[in-house]
Design a protein around this ligand. Sequence first.
Ligand code: FAD
Length: 117
Amino acid sequence: RAHLQCPLDKDELGRATWSFLHTMAAYFPDNATKVQQKEMSAFMKIFAKYYPCEHCAKDFQVSIKESPPATVGREEFSLWLCKMHNEVNRKLGKPEFDCGRVDERWRDGWEDGTCDF
Ligand code: FAD
């Protein structure tokens, strides 16, 4: 794309960030240790403070306060993040994502094989 060598705009930053966050959740340990749980919760809270889109960060901090990160394991964390993303989708008038398919999207590939090559 033409903008590949330029600073990210809000949407490009959003897509890149969600890709990172959902992939990180997809590979979080199934049964996280107490330390891992604490660290990931802290990471998300600090992330929400420094996300470089001021109004996005403000709203995300409020969302995290209302529903704190679920970090006991991969499944819970992936679902929590999906719900957080859906909250932003709703705010922006975008369609909601079916959280039952979060592993297909971010870890295993779609069941119809469209990710196989
Ligand atoms: P994105 O929303 O970026 O999603 C990328 C892909 O993720 C989609 O194509 C889909 O395959 C998948 N996906 C969609 N929903 C889910 C889900 N619930 N769970 C799992 N996977 C999903 N933009 C603003 O204009 N205002 C804001 O206040 C704002 N706040 C943001 C807060 C955060 C923390 C982040 C990371 C981004 C925020 N953004 C905000 C950016 C916004 O969410 C989108 O990234 C941007 O609008 C581009 O949207 P998109 O349609 O390309 O898909």
